[in-house]
Design a protein around this ligand. Structure first.
Ligand code: NCD
Length: 470
């Protein structure tokens, strides 16, 4: 497999072997920075940042300049034709004819995938709403690898706004794929979204253990944990223990990495709960790190920080966040060079250890069920003109769809068949998705509705299987 001409929209666009190869190239490049100045000579990177950014944009641009390439940029949506109502697809087609590679940050979830679908050149997702931020995850993994040589078996805690933090979503997938044990300290109201957790157990075949209510023996600001995720190779040691013993065991063994993020306020609805979230937000400071489970912990943060990470920790040798940011340049240099084909790494399928990507069937129809995430690119007026909401069918029983853009999951209630028996109108029926029809309708004929109204608007009538006794 080669990386040339591919895009990096989610962290799962890169296999484990490709990530390892990219890290070796980043090592080489940072050891010989001055020798890289002709690697991407004559190439242009379009840097499109439609949300605030310091590190990601500047490290991408610095990376391209260090490779000898040039940068064109747009950093304000209001200064582009998107503000006039242009679609992302049209913008992508046009920029694709000006540049050789695009880096995009956009507030809508799934926007980077649309750009990748239409640009005709490699596209890197620099953050799409609350969905993913794969290159931040690469910098994070690279930092942990540098400090600890391996990811496998490390106990890594993710602390803070796991709901809207796109960087922790990409990082979670990568950690799971490299065999880390992921710990979830309590974050009431800001827990990791179900669709992220569901991917851990379906795609990566690991085990998520939700832990029981607080227990006196392990009380603290960080313990007791809400849940832990274990990869198949690690699960046997801890999974056998009762909840309380898991907590004590983990506290005793210590935490390898504490990864903190800020409250992603810009993605929250302004409510009273929001004010409480701010008030109760975790703080990592000298006092917390005095606990013995943090004796050897790497303290990480993608930055920017607000109040969740005390400045008094900056000189502490456990603090990694400025190193993490500095690694952004060589890691992004390696990625740009690989996608542009200026450097090549070949990884044979056999030596690659990525858990095989599951090939779920795609559900695509011009009508019927829609993604329920209002921030999904497929739900925006400018994009609806050309875009159809498409889904991966993750399971039939229960019926579970995953939006191909934002990856939110939904469980639609109603189904019908496009093959309605010689086209007789009286046979045009819809059924409950929980009835036996879910197995009977051929996949190519399956129609899925989010509501009865939707079904009736298309001329379908309720069958006697529209409600199912449980
Ligand atoms: C992160 C982001 O933009 O998602 N920042 C970054 O890229 N370094 C995290 C954040 O903004 O909190």
């Amino acid at each position: 497999m080669s990386l040339v001409n591919r895009s990096c929209v989610t962290i799962d666009d890169l296999s484990n072997g490709e990530i390892e190869a990219l890290f070796s190239l980043a090592d080489k490049m940072s050891d010989s920075m001055n020798d890289q100045s002709r690697v991407c000579q004559g190439k242009i990177m379009a840097s499109l940042f439609f949300e605030p950014s310091t590190r990601t944009r500047l490290s991408f641009e610095a990376a391209m300049l260090r490779l000898g390439g040039q940068v064109i940029s747009a950093v304000d949506i209001g200064a582009t034709s998107l503000a006039k109502g242009e679609s992302i697809a049209d913008m992508a087609r046009v920029v694709g004819s000006y540049a050789d590679i695009i880096v995009i940050r956009h507030p809508w979830e799934g926007a980077a995938k649309v750009v990748a679908d239409y640009a005709g050149i490699p596209v890197i997702n620099a953050g799409d709403g609350g969905h993913e931020h794969p290159t931040q995850a690469l910098c994070d993994l690279y930092t942990i690898r540098k400090e600890r040589q391996t990811i496998k078996g490390l106990k890594i805690a993710l602390f803070g706004d796991l709901k809207y933090g796109r960087a922790v979503h990409s990082l979670t997938y990568a950690l799971a794929r490299f065999g880390a044990i992921i710990l979830f300290p309590p974050s009431p109201g800001l827990e990791m979204p179900d669709n992220v957790l569901s991917k851990l157990t379906t795609e990566y075949k690991g085990k998520l253990i939700r832990l029981e209510a607080p227990n006196q023996e392990v009380k603290g600001r960080f313990f007791p944990l809400d849940a832990i995720y274990m990869t198949p190779s690690s699960s046997h040691q801890l999974a056998m223990l009762p909840d309380i013993s898991i907590q004590i065991e983990l506290k005793k063994a210590g935490i390898d990495t504490l990864y903190v993020i800020r409250l992603q306020k810009e993605r929250h609805a302004p409510t009273v709960e929001g004010q409480n979230l701010e008030r109760d937000y975790p703080v990592v400071d000298r006092k917390l790190l005095k606990e013995k489970e943090f004796k050897r912990t790497l303290v990480m943060h993608p930055l920017p920080r607000i109040d969740e990470l005390a400045y008094e920790l900056d000189a502490d040798p456990r603090s990694m966040y400025f190193k993490q940011a500095a690694y952004g340049v060589p890691v992004r240099m390696a990625l740009i060079a690989l996608l542009l084909g200026a450097k090549e790494v070949m990884i044979s399928k056999e030596e690659d250890s990525f858990v095989q990507k599951v090939d779920y069937p795609i559900y695509e129809r011009d009508f019927g069920v829609r993604c329920l995430n209002s921030n999904c690119v497929s739900n925006q007026e400018t994009e609806a003109r050309y875009m159809r909401p498409d889904f991966r069918i993750i399971s039939l029983e229960p019926l579970t769809l995953r939006c191909i853009y934002c990856e939110h999951e939904l469980h639609p209630q109603y189904i019908a068949s496009s093959d309605w028996h010689e086209g007789k109108l009286e046979n045009k029926k819809y059924h409950s998705a929980e009835s036996h029809w879910i197995r009977k309708i051929k996949p190519e004929n399956l129609i899925i509705f989010g509501s009865e109204n939707e079904a009736q608007a298309r001329g379908f009538n309720p069958s006697k299987y529209v409600t199912v006794d449980r």
